[in-house]
Design a protein around this ligand. Structure first.
Ligand code: V47
Length: 716
């Protein structure tokens, strides 16, 4: 029989839990345990990071054809508080945002009877025309399904047109609750669960990332909640593309479901935690602060949420009209403070969960590194100021009197010294002036050196620790203890490495190369991303293999396999390309996670079927792969020796042996097994042998070629 302990152990081991287990956790697990388990799951998926973004919402109209029971936003045409923005109004609004630092405009509103697919596309175009660098996250699947059906086109065609207009991702709204009976009760006009899921499935297959939501805390049952989550999880298994799940707490003011009341904060925390634990394939859980308010959002971070949404700038009315946060706005400093207060590390993200790296000038309140007073100096100044204040404030009248009383003995001795100095000056004026100048110069020198030492801490330096392979959060702790700062500069994606692992650092340091810096300095690191960045798949067929390899590498994808096919006319010409066994056509617009493999079908003339095995010893795995592909061969098994202890060592390891030695004749497309080691002596000595082999191979080739040329001459 399933127990809470079994389920907890499974979650801690990073395993998936069943719907039954999720229900049991919800009903029976104490709140603290849910917090612990959801946090464990969160750590497995996004470390200590909590994301926020700089965004605005654009709600073009609140006039809506649909009439959902829970909606406080919807108005009928002609209602006194209905609004409608024309395309010009939308463009004017976008113009107001020029020069701000937002990265996302989230467009969502009522389903207006006069809007068709072209209107929706035009809205996006107007925004993108004015804000080309800002991501447009637009329209719920409900709006999309309506406009597509109204237009009489397929979902794929509708999405293609929206994407062409500039829509980059789709928000998660409109999901409400999937259960058909309940959906009929609370939002009878909206598209069905299957239609909502079909829009998201099609978007994912087209490489468009989306979010998903669930409206909870009204009249739904626990079974209906878990059923909703299960349908999301299944879709994500079949067609991955959800970036975040956003549980949306029902707000009861001003709508026809007010009698249902609102659920407790405990329910909110359980919802977030179960969402995090159950949806093990959705990278992020967003606690939408506009809906939850600040206090619950902060607590949500302890229950598995790793995103709190953005700055908003008082641009959405959906929640304020239903009793959520009124005039929602948060500054970056406030968002970051909320995350830090909960013990997590705030990271600004773009709409695809890439960390936004801003120049120092962009960072509000950031000062020039060289000019800024170092922390200890700032503390000293503050302490001196404090001392001054307490001196004047706290002195009693008696103490003040005491402070102004002349100190007799001291006064006497200083008077004596002064008159002796003056008489020396009278007697030897030149000498006295020289002595004064000397003393003054000495004092200036001392002041300068003390000042410089304080200002730049010239005296003290710190050895930069080697952070490669460390988790970014652990590294942050290490650097903070050393009085250094960490800045995540870039991210890569390696499926085999845990998210948050540091794969590069600047300045670099190693056991043979120590680097020292001044305290307070920034160490820039590149980490392995927690979730994959999506990139466009380039169309590379009808090009030479070399050109195709270059383009694939530049796009962030990799080669799965080269499949050779005989051809009458050419060798090393790409005939076709596939991703996940699906052929990519010139018109295919496909996005894939970074690092996805592309299979290329490549031509060869029968007389050019054979190739020589190239020299691979001494190369890293990445370099060896490139050389093999360049030579028309595939990578076979990759075998590491005992010196390669972890995934970071794998990146450093070099080939010391190859299954077919240099110069062996192989068929195009054959595989070569690579043996790698971190043992520098082993790699070096094998390299020496490989260099010798290369020399004799080249000599043999030269000889064979000249013999061929000679026999050709004889024939002629
Ligand atoms: O679909 C409407 C909900 C959603 C109420 O994808 C209500 O990043 C509670 O989906 N009480 C629209 N909820 C908002 C939305 C959203 C918000 C923030 C971020 C993202 C994202 C998406 O708001 C609707 C509906 O489920 N909603 N009325 C109400 N009274």
């Amino acid at each position: 029989m399933l127990t809470i302990n079994d389920i907890s152990d499974a979650v801690r081991r990073g395993e998936r839990i069943s719907a039954e287990a999720a229900m049991m956790l919800w009903r029976e697990a104490p709140l603290w345990l849910l917090g612990e388990l959801a946090t464990a799951r969160k750590r497995q998926m996004s470390g200590q990071t909590v994301y926020y973004n700089r965004n605005v919402h654009l709600e073009p109209t609140n006039i809506c054809l649909f009439n959902c029971e829970f909606c406080s936003f919807r108005r009928r045409e002609g209602d006194a508080d209905a609004w409608y923005m024309s395309l010009d109004d939308i463009e004017a609004r976008a113009r107001e945002l020029v020069g701000t630092d937002i990265t996302e405009v989230h467009i969502v509103g009522g389903v207006h009877p006069k809007h068709d697919l072209d209107t929706y596309c035009a809205m996006i175009r107007r925004v993108k025309g004015v804000l080309p660098h800002v991501t447009v996250k637009a329209y719920t699947a409900v709006e999309i399904f309506y406009m597509i059906r109204h237009e009489g086109v397929s979902i794929v065609e509708g999405l293609r047109r929206l994407k062409e207009a500039g829509m980059e991702c789709i928000p998660g709204g409109g999901a409400e609750i999937f259960d058909a009976e309940l959906r009929k009760k609370i939002c009878p006009d909206k598209c069905s669960a299957e239609e909502w899921l079909a829009v998201h499935r099609a978007a994912h297959n087209m490489g468009i990332a989306t979010n998903c939501t669930m409206l909870y805390g009204h009249i739904e049952s626990l079974e209906q909640r878990i059923d909703h989550l299960e349908r999301l999880r299944t879709l994500q298994d079949e067609a991955p593309g959800f970036d975040a799940f956003i549980p949306l707490k029902y707000h009861s003011r001003g709508n026809r479901m007010s009698d249902a009341g609102e659920c407790s904060v405990e329910d909110d925390l359980r919802m977030i935690a179960i969402g995090r634990i159950f949806l093990d394939n959705i990278p992020h859980i967003k606690a939408y602060w506009v809906s939850y308010g600040r206090a619950t959002t902060e607590m949500a971070l302890m229950f598995g949420a790793d995103d709190i949404d953005g700055t908003i700038g008082d641009t959405t009315k959906i929640y304020s009209m239903a009793g959520g946060v009124a005039r929602p706005t948060m500054s970056v400093a406030e968002l970051e403070a909320m995350v830090t207060a909960a013990g997590f590390h705030p990271v600004e993200r773009d709409s695809h969960y890439n960390a936004v790296v801003r120049g120092e000038d962009d960072e509000a309140g950031d000062t020039d590194e060289e000019d800024a007073p170092t922390p200890s100096v700032v503390t000293e100044v503050k302490e001196q100021d404090m001392q001054k204040k307490t001196d004047t404030k706290t002195k009693t009248p008696a103490a003040k009197r005491h402070a102004t009383k002349p100190r007799r003995s001291g006064a006497k001795s200083s008077e004596g010294l002064f008159s002796r100095v003056m008489s020396f000056r009278k007697r030897y004026p030149i000498l006295a002036n020289m002595v004064f100048i000397g003393i003054f110069a000495l004092m200036l020198l001392i002041c300068l050196s003390v000042g410089l030492k304080r200002g730049t801490r010239l005296g003290s330096t710190i050895e930069v620790p080697n952070l490669l392979g460390m988790d970014v959060d652990d590294a942050r702790g290490v650097l903070e203890r050393e009085d250094l700062q960490i800045v995540v500069r870039d991210s890569i994606f390696d499926v085999d490495l845990p998210g948050g692992t540091i794969v590069d650092q600047l300045p670099r340091t190693s056991s043979v190369r120590e680097v020292t810096v001044k305290p307070g300095r920034k160490i820039y690191v590149t980490i392995n991303a927690y979730s994959r960045r999506m990139v466009d798949v380039p169309f590379v067929a009808k090009q030479t293999l070399r050109q195709a390899l270059n383009q694939i590498e530049r796009s962030g994808l990799t080669i799965s396999k080269l499949v050779y096919e005989p051809d009458m006319t050419s060798t090393d010409y790409v005939l076709r390309q596939y991703v996940d066994r699906r052929e990519i056509q010139p018109t295919t617009s496909r996005k894939c996670p970074v690092g996805t493999g592309v299979t290329l079908t490549v031509s060869y003339r029968r007389d050019e079927q054979m190739v020589y095995t190239p020299r691979l010893v001494g190369l890293s795995l990445q370099q060896a792969k490139g050389v093999l592909w360049d030579n028309g061969l595939n990578v076979g098994r990759v075998v590491y020796d005992d010196s390669v202890e972890d995934l970071i060592a794998q990146r450093k390891a070099r080939v010391y042996r190859q299954s077919q030695s240099l110069g062996t004749m192989l068929n195009r497309g054959d595989e070569v097994t690579l043996y790698l080691s971190c043992d520098e002596n082993l790699v070096d000595s094998m390299n020496v042998i490989a260099s010798r082999d290369l020399k004799s191979f080249e000599e043999q080739r030269r000889k064979a070629l000249s013999e061929q040329a000679d026999s050709l001459k004889e024939v002629l």
